[in-house]
Design a protein around this ligand. Structure first.
Ligand SMILES: [Zn+2]
Length: 346
């Protein structure tokens, strides 16, 4: 069995408002209970460890966000109107400590992986982060958890080739913006075309030294397992073989699931296990298994729980499956026409 570190904590439920919103503590309540049971029932106690989070410090938050932005958040968090800052991203008393705890939970897992104490990590944190830019929160995101983790790995451990895969159904615009002009982080996002935040075209490829190190695949809303498996299977193989990442981070959003009404994409629960096997294989071949999942979206609590548990199960398998990568006409054309071929042999 592989050693897996999980971060989840009831303090992640503290960011909430009484009015209905897709990004609420109800997303993860049952999931956390399920994980507690999983921990109690495991026969081999070395398989999963429950890692405690900590609040990221102000200096750590400053690695990817501006002081002006943090000050703005503080001012809005105490206002009575929870949507005074942004129409999706609510702020209340406990929002900032919870967001710091989300970021710090990811950093703790990164430390454990770098110390060789665990192979894989999964940060089941909220609020999510991939839409947060250096100076703006949006799309339910306050601090960019995955970008902070990548930047922490660069500064703390001197890593210079970090691969971020973002399979949340929405484009990770914040993460892209933060690393747009560097080649030390390769940002690779697959997302549904034409939905929030309306960015992430194939032509967004990075800038300066970062040119070719941003890769976006906006997909047709009706794409599902075969198209996703073909596109990610082919592209990850090419990117990993040529970039040789020292660490693989995953913006693991589960809102492309067929049962998640926030999108039209058709992924099944089983697909999240399959992509996890593919990622494990790449992490094993390129970076001593260093693989860290950070939860982003997923707004149907039932499909989110099932898909996360399927991912965890795939992380715990002794062997990894090598799923067949079969061409699918619509996805083949998308890949054929993609400008990424100027930078990478795919
Ligand atoms: Zn999303």
């Amino acid at each position: 069995m592989n050693k897996l570190g999980l971060v989840f904590d009831n303090r992640y439920l503290h960011h909430f408002i009484p009015t209905p919103t897709p990004e609420s503590p109800d997303r993860v309540r049952n999931l956390y209970q399920h994980l507690h049971l999983l921990l109690q029932q495991q026969k081999d106690t070395r398989s999963i460890s429950h890692i405690q989070p900590r609040e990221a410090t102000h200096d750590e938050i400053m690695m990817t966000h501006s002081a002006f932005y943090v000050e703005q958040l503080r001012e809005h968090a105490v206002k009575e109107d929870h949507y005074s800052y942004d129409r999706d991203t609510y702020l209340m008393d406990d929002s900032l400590p919870t967001a710091r705890l989300a970021a710090g939970g990811c950093l703790n897992l990164a430390d454990r992986i770098m110390a060789g104490e665990i192979d894989y990590g999964f940060a089941l944190v909220r609020p999510p982060g991939h839409h947060a830019t250096p100076g703006r929160g949006m799309g339910f995101c306050i601090f960019n958890n995955i970008a902070l983790t990548a930047e922490y790995l660069r500064r703390q451990y001197g890593l210079s080739r970090i691969l971020i895969l973002d399979f949340d159904v929405h484009h990770g615009n914040g993460t892209q913006e933060i690393f747009y002009d560097t080649n030390e982080v390769l940002f690779f996002s697959i997302h549904e075309k034409g939905i929030f935040p309306f960015s992430g075209t194939p032509e967004e490829l990075g800038d300066g030294e970062g040119l070719g190190y941003t890769v976006n695949i906006p997909v047709h809303p009706q794409f599902g397992d075969p198209e996703y498996t073909y596109l990610l299977g082919r592209m990850l193989q090419g990117l990993v073989e040529q970039y040789l990442p020292q660490f693989i981070l995953v913006s693991a959003g589960y809102d492309a699931h067929i049962d998640d009404s926030i999108s039209k994409t058709l992924l099944s629960t089983q697909w999240y296990g399959l992509i996890t096997h593919i990622l494990r294989q790449h992490a094993s071949e390129s970076c001593e298994n260093r693989l860290l999942y950070i939860m982003e979206g997923g707004y149907n609590a039932v499909s989110l729980e099932a898909s996360v548990v399927t991912s965890i199960d795939a992380l715990l398998q002794k062997e990894f499956l090598r799923p067949g990568i079969f061409p699918v006409p619509r996805a083949e054309k998308l890949l054929h026409d993609h400008p990424i071929h100027q930078y990478w042999a795919i």
